[in-house]
Design a binder for this molecule. Sequence first.
Ligand code: NAP
Length: 538
Amino acid sequence: MQQSASHRGNSPDLDVAIIGAGFAGLYALHKMRNELGLLAEGFDDAAGVGGTWYWNRYPGCRTDTQASVYSYSFDREMIDTWQWSERYPPQPEVLAYLNAVADKHDLKRSIHFETRIEKLTWDEASSLWRLSTNRGESLSARFVIEAVGLLSSTNIPDFPGADRFGGALVHAARWPQDPIDFENKRIAVIGTGSTGIQLVSALAPKAGHLFVCQRTPQYVVPARNGPIPEKIRQWMSTSYDSFHKWVMDSATVFGVDESQTPAMSLVEDDRNLVYERAWDEGGGFAFMLGTFGDLTVSAEANKTATDFIRSKIMETVDDSQVARKLCPTDYYAKRPLCADGYYEAFNQPNVTLVDLNEDPLIEMTPTGLRTANCEIALDVIILATGFDAFTGNYLKIETVGRNGERLQDKWADGPRAFMGVATAGFPNLFTVFGPFSPFTSQPLVDEYQVDWIAGLIRHAMAQGLNEVEVERAAEDGWIETCETIAEQTLFAVTNSWINGANVPGKARRTMIYMGGMASYAGIIEEVARGGYLSFRLA
Ligand code: NAP
């Protein structure tokens, strides 16, 4: 940290304070400082850049979104020169990429590392935010951009006896910096979401014994990881603009050819050929979005996909009892999973499935886990229990807005926000990929939202405006739109972090816009074109 905020008379210490140094925060800093020429600084409680990719260092951690869309678009030179080794690159490579971007654009000197923003208070008299850090510092900023991550605040269930376990107990998303030795160790993984299945695939070959503690089975499609397909590589290098447009014009920004074909429009054999091809090509999003267009909205269509995946599980896993326990019975309407070798791992003698529905987890003991039916001796317990998604990190910061309104109170029954970028009652405060953002892949949409926020900040500064604040009516209207659309999908009736059902006590509700990126972009661009309709400018 070479440059730091200095007191500037009656001016705020910063034009823009940016919280978070992951994909969104780094780009926000580049945009505000390097492109808009503003006095902008970043804050992150990690010791380096990367956000989620800084903290998630567990074995097997990699993207499940293709690298072609899991990288920035703003630096064309890096698109041409950065060589992703795989379609789904591993965590060290993503972290190296983010460090390379930060170094190339000289961002680190403007980031306060190991510094957590603990409190944000809106100062009515000066129209500034007052920020307090865990280091006892305080400073003021005209604008605050929270780039704190959608899936970053860990969900750590209250397991009785956790404090007594004598081995290593870690949450996958707060992985220790020093590597853990897994060779021949007895390891339990609790949780079988995206994180759990990656851990299982990576640890099965090296663990002495691996116990996979599963509460709800999930549908896992092979990743078939390998180099970025030549066709995509060519397209990106010869005409990146058209590739980027294709991606951004899609509903989900996952770089998948999204199918419009209804599943029931084909006879069963033909339909299964489509699934078979997608299974062979690999990729969770390709399977969910590229096969048929109605898997997530029609129960009948959805069942054709779940029947197919269940048949693959039964075919892959040798022990039919284990295979049956691995077969989900709910809809295929969570964020889709992909991994190589997940179901195959259960054919190894050193891998045991612990079905927590049949045999509930009672407690952790000094030597391992006790379930209703057995005691399991362990060296390591890994919690792959997910995140307090969408709201967790915002609510960790005591945020006091206009008229003393606390964000914690405003969001007590679930978040209230406008298009993922702002929340009424909290002027000059922006969020990147905040609640009610579109349901998409993140990095390119992070850039998109940062660009939009930059447009509003530029407008405010050019007009000499001190305050910009979204109107409550616009926020209410947007939430209603999100709810109406979500209710037409099977995501609404399937328990997952997408609707808050994964965290005990959390209000269960829609927190995302399922109307597609192209439609989202059309609406938010209209807001800007109309002179920031829906915002009070003062
Ligand atoms: P998750 O999908 O929420 O899965 C959490 C798992 O922990 C579930 O199996 C859940 O079971 C289990 N669990 C929670 N509380 C439990 C308890 N008290 N006892 C037993 N089991 C419990 O979390 P995640 O796997 O970390 O993934 C979250 C999201 O992060 C993903 O959907 C994805 O968006 C992102 N992610 C991405 C990648 C990637 O790009 N490769 C990797 C990791 C994560 P229930 O289902 O029964 O609640």
